[in-house]
Every structure is written in C-alpha cells, then in structure tokens.
Design a protein around this ligand. Structure first.
Ligand code: SAM
Length: 412
C-alpha cells in the first residue's frame, strides 16, 4: 500500500469536520427541519453579487452584465414594489395618471434604505459566475464581488446625505465600499460626465490648469457630503482594506478629510469618541460559518483556536456596546454577523440592550426589518419568525448568506 506523502501532515481533526460536527449538534436544534437544506447549501458553491462602484464609469459593464441576465436586485425589487403600489392605488382610485409620480425615480428607494447602493445578481437558480472587474479609463474598478446578502446591513443602516458614519470592524471593506456609495454619486457623476482630461485638450493651457484646479477643489469638497470612519483592529487587514479602497475610490476622496482609516481596538471606541456618529455599523468577527465548513486555512474551529472561538460572544458584546456608545442620541447602530448561531446573534443583541440600559443609561429601540425582508424575499431566503433581527439562510436556489442583522436606534 502506498502512503501518500501529505497524509502524515494532514490534521487528525480537520477544522472543517469539527465545524460541521459542531453545527450539526447546535443548528439541528435551532433550525429543525430547515437545517439539512441549509447545511447542503453551505457545502455548495456560494453565490456572489457585484456591488456597483458609482465612482467608476459603469455604463459599459452594466449593459454587458444585464445582457447576460443580471439585475440590480435593489432597484428592480424596489421598482416592482412601487409599481404594485401604483396598481393597487389605481384599482382603488380608478385613475393612474395622477398617481404615476409614485414611481418617480427620485423617490424610488423607500425611506429606511440607504440610497445609491446597486448590486447585480444572476436570477434565482442561476449559478453563473461573475468575471473579475476590469479598471475603467481612470483606473477604478467597476464592481466588487461579495456575498449579495452582505449588502443588506449596509442598505438597512439607512445612511443619508450628510451623515457621519462609523464602520467599527471594516476590513476587508465590502460593506465600507457599499456605505461609500450612498453619498457619493451625484456630484461625482457630474464630474465624470465633464470628462475634464479629454475635453481640456483643446483648451489653452493656463485655462485648462485653472479649470482642473477648480474641478479638483469642487470634487474633493462636495463629492462626498458626509464623513466615513473605517476601523479594524488588525494592521494587516487594515492594509487590505486600504488596497481595496485604493482600487475603487478616487484618490481625491482618499486623501481628503471625509474619509478616515484607523486601526484601533473597537471595544475602546466608546471611551475615545462617544455620542458622535449618526450611523454605526458593527459587523463583528464571528465563526464565519460558510468559511468554517469549506476552508481549512484560517479556520476558527482549528483546535488551537478553541479559546478564541469560545470568547467570541463576549468580544461581540463589547464591540456592540462600544458601537452603541459611539452613536449619537437618535443615531442608528446595525449589528451583523455571517453566522447562524443564536449565541452570536440575538443573544448578543439582547444582552447589549439590557447592559446599555442598566450600566450606561442608554435606551434602545429595535427597528422592524420586516419591510426590508418583505421587499427582498424573492432574492434571499429569510428565516421565519426570529425573536430579534433578521437572518438570511443559505438555499440551493439562492445561495447567499448566512447573514444576521439587527438594527437598533438610540433613544437618548
Ligand atoms: N465589515 C467587513 C467587510 O464587510 O468586509 C468584514 C468584517 S469581519 C466580519 C470582522 C473584522 O473585525 C475582522 O476584519 C477583524 O480584524 C475585526 N476585528 C476583530 N476584533 C476587533 C476589535 N476588537 N476591534 C475592531 N475590529 C476587530
């Protein structure tokens, strides 16, 4: 019998097996009859979405992807919903013409959802893959590939023009990039349409230099009306985050004072900068369930990392409490994980609400995310009847997630 060379170096208990055993024991109880289907989906290839980069020139690749059957799940669903509302109103009032403004593109995104986030996906059941994005003529990539369900926390955070936003655990930067899309589009697209570098070749040099300066100034000053702070404790992952931003965001914005990149322990944020941000995203480290059953490398179920894994709910709780303190009164905090675990999801939120009230004197209201799940129910498979928050369950025909999210509003 020939013994393969690598057999000796294989771990006795591969972390992926340990993860599956652990999930079988806990999620069978938690999800009941849903678990076999969720399990099979997590062991199959994950489905991606292409987050559209509004900073890049998007027309060419958008048309190409749409011709392949992709659709922006955000605007398509929202538009269909608005059309349904129009039809219902028409059948009630018997006249559509006066109601057509209901489906006006200006107010197509319902309140409570961040505007300008676009994410292309292949239809339900279609498992085609996206090709990697290519740079446009300014060197910016047109789309970022990520689990489309990861867009939902950024959408639900409801970032509006002029908001100050903190992304407490931001690397490698998918959700930060989605948050950046919310405020950037209008002025930047005007800037792009002028195409200063091509049109200026016919201008006298001193005039073109002046105009370039003026545009640069206007661009840096106005293209992003809010302020975004992206933070991650890990220096190497913060470097990765910087590289992502370099490839998607114009240099003017990266160098300006509207975007801050930091590498602090997020648990300390409440002490550093409290009562400050309109919106806080707390996308915590977790057991990353899909990764844990598929990849041996960097797997939290590795035996050497048992203690780290067991400490996760405490770390998540501390991060959420820091995020709550960092938000201003009236501000919104969105907690999210990519795990199915009740212990890391609603239990952490429940405990944080209790501790915030008892120890920090902060009252929180849980926002109802059912309108959002209702809106996107054809794209994602949501878990029914959760106590607190919403959960995207992987499904073979819509293999996104798992993503858990809960939205909290500070009342004082
Ligand atoms: N939001 C990111 C995205 O969309 O690309 C993913 C974040 S990932 C789930 C969790 C991140 O939390 C990791 O990058 C990890 O380095 C970071 N992290 C872990 N402990 C932290 C802490 N105490 N403070 C801040 N960040 C932390």
């Amino acid at each position: 019998r020939v013994k393969t060379k690598w057999a000796g170096s294989l771990p006795k208990y591969p972390p992926t097996n340990l993860a599956l055993q652990h999930f079988d024991a806990t999620y069978k109880l938690q999800l009941g009859r849903e678990w076999p289907s969720v399990r099979a989906s997590m062991l199959c290839e994950q489905k991606y979405g292409a987050l559209v980069n509004n900073f890049a020139t998007t027309e060419g690749f958008m048309a190409h992807l749409q011709s392949q059957g992709c659709q922006d799940f955000v605007s398509c669903t929202v538009r269909e919903g608005a059309q349904e509302r129009l039809q219902t109103a028409a059948s009630t009032h018997g006249n559509t013409s006066s109601l057509e403004s209901v489906v006006d593109d200006q107010d197509i995104v319902p309140s409570g959802l961040s505007p300008n986030i676009k994410c292309l996906v292949f239809p339900r059941g279609d498992i085609s893959r996206f090709k990697p994005s290519r740079p446009d003529k300014y060197g910016l990539l047109g789309y970022y590939l990520m689990d489309a369900a990861s867009i939902l926390p950024a959408l639900a955070l409801d970032v509006q023009e002029g908001h100050t936003v903190l992304d407490l655990c931001a690397a490698p930067g998918g959700k930060a990039l989605a948050l950046l899309q919310t405020q950037a589009i209008r002025v930047y697209q005007i800037y792009m349409r002028y195409e200063p570098f091509t049109s200026l070749q016919f201008c006298p040099i001193n005039y073109s230099v002046k105009l370039l300066f003026l545009m640069w100034f206007l661009f840096v000053k106005y293209c992003f009306s809010g302020f975004l702070c992206v933070n991650d404790i890990s220096a190497s992952r913060t470097l990765r985050l910087r590289r992502v931003l370099d490839r998607y965001v114009p240099k003017g914005l990266l160098a300006g004072d509207k975007l801050r990149i930091t590498s602090f322990d997020g648990r300390k944020w409440g002490e550093i900068e409290r009562d400050t941000f309109d919106r806080v995203l707390v996308d915590v480290p977790c057991t990353t369930d899909r990764h844990s059953v598929m990849e041996e490398e960097n797997n939290i179920f590795n035996r050497a990392r048992t203690k780290e894994r067991q400490r996760l709910p405490q770390l998540q709780l501390e991060l959420l409490l820091a995020g709550i303190q960092a938000a201003c009164p009236g501000g919104v905090v969105l907690y999210s994980t990519c795990s199915l675990s009740q212990l890391q999801n609603w239990y952490v939120v429940d405990r944080a609400i209790h501790l915030a009230r008892e120890e920090l004197g902060i009252s929180l209201q849980v926002a109802d995310l059912r309108p959002l799940t209702q809106l996107f129910k054809d794209t994602f498979n949501f878990a029914p009847d959760l106590n607190l928050g919403q959960l995207v369950l992987p499904h073979l025909t819509a293999n996104f997630g798992p993503i858990y999210m809960c939205k909290l509003q500070r009342l004082n």
